[in-house]
Ligand binder design. Structure first.
Ligand code: FAD
Length: 122
């Protein structure tokens, strides 16, 4: 682990990006407006072009060509599930544990039932 004020490495950037994406998906509306829908689609489609880790971006581009996001921006649960699956595709490639996508809300929005994260809600 490097000092906190160093520029991010691939792992720091990845954790921060996944935190932003999963949390934004967790709070995405059940019924988004056309503007919210197109904004989310624009955000997702920008990632393979702008993500500042070249090989990550190139893998993501291939993955998103197979799993396009166009329909999943129609509702919160579809979007959260799609992102979980894309993250799991990276996890699998890197040999990391596969995340149980039924636990996405617990991890990124509601916290565990024992209340141990209650002070951390947005
Ligand atoms: P992370 O994988 O960053 O996960 C953070 C937390 O998210 C975990 O602690 C867990 O609680 C939760 N989580 C894990 N899986 C899921 C899931 N499926 N759904 C919801 N929550 C989950 N690194 C590379 O070395 N090569 C790459 O090609 C690469 N591509 C990437 C592509 C993208 C779009 C992004 C955002 C990151 C990429 N990374 C890549 C970084 C990599 O995914 C990890 O972020 C990094 O290795 C740090 O891993 P971590 O074990 O700390 O947890």
């Amino acid at each position: 682990t490097q000092p906190a004020d160093c520029p991010p490495d691939v792992e720091d950037l990845g954790r921060a990006t996944w935190t932003f994406l999963h949390t934004t998906a967790a709070y995405y509306p059940e019924k988004p407006t056309p503007t919210q829908r197109s904004s989310m689609l624009g955000l997702l489609k920008a990632l393979p072009n702008l993500y500042p880790c070249g090989w990550c971006a190139s893998h993501l581009k291939e993955n998103m060509a197979i799993h396009p996001p166009d329909k999943v921006v129609d509702d919160r649960l579809s979007l959260s599930k799609w992102l979980c699956e894309r993250h799991n595709d990276v996890n699998e490639r890197l040999g990391k544990p596969i995340f149980d996508c039924s636990k996405t809300d617990e991890r990124w929005k509601d916290g565990p039932k024992d209340g141990s994260c209650d002070q951390a809600r947005l």
